[in-house]
Design a protein. Sequence first.
Length: 155
Amino acid sequence: MNNERITIERVTEFDSQLIDELSQIEAGAFNDGALNRWTFPVLIRHGAVFLLKCDGKICGVADIIKDWTDPKLAFIVGFAIKEGERGKGLGYKLLSGIIDELRGNGIKKIQLTVDPKSERAVSLYRKAGFKQLAELANEYGPSVDRLLFEFELED
Ligand SMILES: CC(C)(COP(=O)(O)OP(=O)(O)OC[C@H]1O[C@@H](n2cnc3c(N)ncnc32)[C@H](O)[C@@H]1OP(=O)(O)O)[C@@H](O)C(=O)NCCC(=O)NCCS
């Protein structure tokens, strides 16, 4: 991986092949919570979808919306590294890249929710500087609890 060329880019146009590829990455990361061909087009057009590319191939995806009531808040709806590429520092690179993208865009806070049992994800967010704000019981259904994390962008 050391010599791989890593880039981050925002998706501005899409076709069904790209949507299928992104949906497969999501399906490999989440169960019924996976984003899919109904949700990716909306997020690409009305939110922001960022791709992490390793030597030109998609190896991670992050999906972001801006908050309706707080224009200074961005929320990460989805964040996943492709199966087989995890545990190599790519999640950290994608997260750092997104933070840089949001900096200077009027965004002051970034929030996300994470499964408390997902040790690598929790560790990644803590190491990147996110702080736990709350425990959200039953957030996505009975016994589907999440931790709410927040990152503050300095001026
Ligand atoms: C969670 C996920 C996004 C993390 O991405 P990843 O590429 O596997 O993680 P990384 O290799 O970047 O990070 C792994 C570890 O190195 C740390 N790390 C990596 N680069 C680092 C750096 N430059 N500085 C500090 N810490 C770093 C991470 O914090 C983490 O810590 P740990 O060793 O205590 O586990 C990925 O595993 C995934 O897609 N999982 C399935 C879906 C999921 O759970 N998504 C999150 C939803 S909220």
